[in-house]
Design a protein. Structure first.
Length: 168
């Protein structure tokens, strides 16, 4: 899922507006991921030095390393959850250039040969992705600028077919 905004703070605030009411219920997952007790009454505070020194990523949850990394950056508990650290799919939260950086890293590492993009809100999330991420990917030569034809069939190089498919 992507949440694209002018900066990471704006993107986090958008995610908080969209689903922040569920964050207190998600603290239990985060506690298990990083191995420390968390207080839902302290959602707007970063983890203390003592908590960060005690926290350890769960060896059973591959998401926990990222959760702990984000916690160590000094974000509040609410912001850590807004980063999507407990989601089971990759989450990109921030400006378009950061999203393009993540996608390029995954692509060049062979971790992806394409992407299925899911915007946080269809009404404007897709537009934000197209306007902010696609141009960066095009500049880097990672996304095409032109199509081969005027139709999907022409673009894919599929020959015209009239009538029933003879294989049927």
């Amino acid at each position: 899922m992507t949440t694209i905004a002018k900066d990471r703070r704006s993107a986090l605030d958008r995610r908080i507006r969209l689903g922040g009411d569920q964050f207190p219920q998600r603290i239990g997952y985060l506690q298990q991921m990083i191995g420390i007790q968390l207080d839902p009454l302290r959602m707007n505070e970063p983890l203390s030095k003592a908590q960060l020194n005690t926290a350890r990523p769960s060896r059973y949850d591959p998401r926990s390393d990222n959760a702990l990394k984000i916690a160590k950056e000094g974000w509040t508990l609410r912001d850590i959850l807004a980063h999507g650290v407990i989601d089971y799919h990759p989450v990109i939260v921030g400006p378009g250039i950061e999203a393009a950086d993540h996608m390029q890293e995954w692509f060049e590492a062979g971790a992806a040969d394409g992407f299925w993009i899911s915007a946080d809100v269809n009404s404007d999330g897709i537009d934000a992705f197209v306007d902010e991420v696609i141009p960066v990917l095009q500049e880097r030569g990672l996304f095409h600028k032109d199509y081969e034809g005027k139709t999907l069939r022409e673009h894919l190089g599929v020959p015209d077919q009239y009538g029933l498919d003879p294989r049927v």
